[in-house]
Write a protein that binds this ligand. Structure first.
Ligand code: UGA
Length: 442
């Protein structure tokens, strides 16, 4: 089929590349000229495992092309995916201006019947507005259907999620449009759920909000474990083995971040408020998450009294491993608080340093090795569970730090392993290990 994807961000680009790889003729449109030029040369503007090779392959075969020109991009398209950004406004609601601009451009440039399919995460009812815009502005003789097709792609495993997701949601009020969308997804052999448009929009928010709720719940249990002398690793495993609960999203830590959960939970609270339904549970989930972001700095302050003049090594800047995305990364809150306390920060990340530098400038030092970051540090804070951090020989801390004190926000190490080293180790929901210096028993 001839497909056009509006927006070359994390969702749009993965969608465009993956449909091209599946044999469709795809055009990806974006307003940023520099980004499109970069993509035309086969380079992705962000890191996503496996994306760049697939991009190069489909550019070379001619299955995929890029454009900044709506007229050119929408000409002849049979399905148009809207995957533009839906940023958060100051009050927590969603800024839909890019969605509306894309809808205007579509209406003004299509030359044949088309299905317009929304992938961006949009509040319930938005697809009805998109439909109205298209109906008002499109050429009269053309037929345009609007379908909601939310995405469930995790950054860092987006390609896998695209081809091997748990379900495809198709929200359509016209059965014919739903059936065309089903045909498009059929080859992936993923269960397809067809709903009305508003339910599809709600499924996306409810799914992200539920996962966020699981995370805040396990973090509260972890905080409780510390107080009553239980171990969250064992508790979370024991809970998750119950198939009704499941092991996923029960990893305790310093809270969720990224461009989706924080934004979508706030948007759902707003959406509920708009219809006079206070969503108290989700408000608590958000509050617990915010408190969790500050947990490690609070613990460091408790231990040291004052953090003024201390050197802190912050390990991991990306909001999670396998991405260079630092949007709403917990590392940023931690760094801001540490700088506010008068500490010096030396940060390590394998790939997110350029993005962090754009935001933090020279307010901190950057290190491309963990060894360099922890050298002479008074304490280390682990913010992202990169493999490089998880598999670091623990004697790196004892050899290079002023004093080997680790505040681990992602429970990267087993307490058994830590116990073999003269390390003070504070993690989430587990007993603190305070080993006095002795010769490590390798
Ligand atoms: C999330 C959803 O998982 C996707 O299904 C959805 O499509 C996407 O948002 C979106 O709305 O576009 P993503 O934000 O890429 O994907 O990342 P996740 O892997 O879900 O992690 C989100 C945050 O939760 C991270 O900060 C992660 O560290 C944290 N997390 C995750 C935990 O703290 N504990 C866990 O057990 C799992």
């Amino acid at each position: 089929m001839k497909i056009t994807v509006a927006g070359a961000g994390n969702v749009g680009l993965v969608t465009a590349v993956c449909f091209a790889e599946a044999g469709h003729q795809v055009t990806c449109l974006d307003t940023q000229k520099e980004k499109i030029e970069m993509l035309e040369k086969g380079h992705t503007p962000f890191f996503e495992p496996g994306l760049e090779p697939l991009l190069e392959k489909n550019l070379a075969s001619g299955q995929l092309r890029f454009s900044t020109n709506p007229k050119q991009a929408y000409r002849g398209a049979e399905i148009i995916f809207i995957a533009v950004g839906t940023p958060e406004k100051k009050d927590g609601s969603v800024d839909l201006s890019y969605i509306y601009i894309a809808s205007y451009h579509i209406a003004e440039n299509i030359e044949n019947d088309v299905i317009v399919c929304t992938k961006s995460t949009v509040p319930v009812g938005t697809n009805d507005i998109i439909k109205q815009i298209l109906q008002h502005r499109k050429p009269r003789h053309l037929n345009v259907d609007v379908v909601s097709n939310p995405e469930f792609l995790r950054e860092g495993s987006a390609i896998r999620d695209f081809y091997l997701g748990d379900r495809i949601i198709i929200g359509a009020d016209n059965p014919k449009a739903a059936s065309i969308m089903e045909q498009l997804y059929l080859p992936f052999q993923i269960p397809i759920v067809v709903t009305d448009t508003r339910s599809a929009e709600m499924i996306k928010y409810a799914s992200n909000a539920f996962l966020a709720t699981k995370i805040s719940f396990i973090n509260e249990i972890a905080n409780l474990c510390e107080k009553v002398g239980a171990n969250i690793d064992e508790v979370s495993f024991g809970m998750g083995m119950d198939k009704r609960i499941g092991l996923n999203y029960l990893q305790p830590g310093i809270g969720y971040g990224g461009s989706c959960f924080p934004k979508d939970t706030k948007a759902l609270v707003q959406l509920a408020g708009n219809v006079l339904h206070p969503f108290e549970l989700l408000e608590s989930v958000i509050k617990v998450n915010q408190q969790q972001h500050s947990l490690l700095v609070r613990k460091a302050k408790e231990r040291f009294g004052s953090l003024k003049g201390k050197k802190a090594a912050v390990l991991g800047l990306a909001f999670k491993p396998e991405t260079d995305d630092i949007r709403e990364a917990v590392s940023l809150t931690i760094i801001k608080e540490l700088l506010g306390e008068g500490s010096f920060v030396s940060a390590y990340d394998p790939i997110a340093i350029p993005n962090a530098h754009k935001l933090l400038g020279n307010s901190i030092e950057y290190s491309t090795t963990i060894r360099e970051a922890v050298k002479g540090a008074d304490f280390a804070v682990i913010a992202t569970e990169w493999d490089q951090i998880k598999h670091l020989p623990l004697d790196t801390y004892t050899a290079y730090m002023k004093e080997p004190i680790i505040f681990d926000g992602r429970n990267c190490y087993s307490l058994k392993d830590i116990q073999r080293y003269p390390i003070t180790y504070v993690s989430i929901g587990r007993p603190t290990i305070a080993n006095v210096a002795h010769t490590p028993q390798h």
